[in-house]
Design a protein around this ligand. Structure first.
Ligand code: SF4
Length: 242
């Protein structure tokens, strides 16, 4: 059984798949407590569901899209997210079964857990936690060595200090941006660490604006893809299933 927080259809908000209709399977539980976490409700809330049931609900959602005349190669796109999906032992089997079902499967994972058991067909989107998260000591940069060209690495940055940290991280790994897409998202640190046991932003961080981040990337000619988090623009923060 897998503990599920929610399953829903929405538009993919991040990654190179941003903007596409996608079925989200949000698993409960996370081993981190990032200062800026916006899905803290997934830490504990959830229900136990069998893999068969998840596959059935996913197939029903996919049928609905095809029945409505939406077709083609972009669907069905499925993302397994959290929380942190890799904290549950049946996640690799769920991923394998989804791939076998013909879906394009994305796995959003926080970069602190090994990914050796993940099916090679899954497109991994791996966070590397910047210092303002309060969780950067949990990063496992070694897992990036095994990523394939279609996988993506994501940095969420909110301060000067985060940006400098990422720049050094990329300098120390010059082949990373050649091997896979590197995504950069901005987060608003002035709203971080509000309850739910989240880590505080470490002292000495200077929050930056989205524009500051864009200008810094251009100034430094970094070969990264800056993205907006589409779901945060489209939907209210309190809305679930979005
Ligand atoms: S990894 Fe961090 S941002 Fe993601 S769910 Fe866990 S605490 Fe939240």
């Amino acid at each position: 059984m897998i503990r599920i927080n929610e399953m829903f259809c929405s538009l993919q908000g991040e990654s190179t798949f941003a903007g596409l209709p996608c079925y989200f399977i949000r698993l409960s539980g996370c081993n981190l407590r990032c200062s800026y976490c916006d899905t803290a409700y997934a830490f504990a809330e959830g229900r136990e569901v069998s893999i068969e049931e998840i596959l059935r609900e996913t197939a029903d959602a996919a049928k609905l899209w095809h029945g409505a005349g939406v077709s083609g190669h972009l669907l069905p796109l499925v993302e397994v997210t959290g929380g942190e999906p890799m904290t549950q032992k049946e996640t690799p089997e769920l991923l394998r079964r989804l791939c076998a079902g013909g879906y394009t499967v994305l796995l959003e994972t926080n970069g602190s857990l090994e990914l050796d058991e993940v099916d090679g067909r899954v497109i991994k989107i791996v966070d590397m936690k910047a210092p303002s998260s309060g969780e950067s000591s949990k990063n496992l940069p070694g897992i990036l060595e095994k990523l394939k060209g279609s996988d993506e690495v994501k940095f969420v940055l909110g301060s000067w200090e985060d940006y400098d940290w990422m720049k050094n991280f990329l300098r120390e790994r010059p082949r990373l941006t050649e091997r896979c897409t590197v995504l950069v998202s901005w987060c608003d640190l002035t709203r971080a660490a509000q309850g739910q046991g989240l880590k505080p932003v470490p002292a000495g961080h200077h929050p930056v604006s989205r524009r500051w981040l864009a200008e810094a990337i251009l100034r430094d000619c970094l070969p990264v893809r800056m993205q907006v988090q589409l779901h945060k623009i489209l939907w209210e923060e309190t809305e679930r299933g979005r």
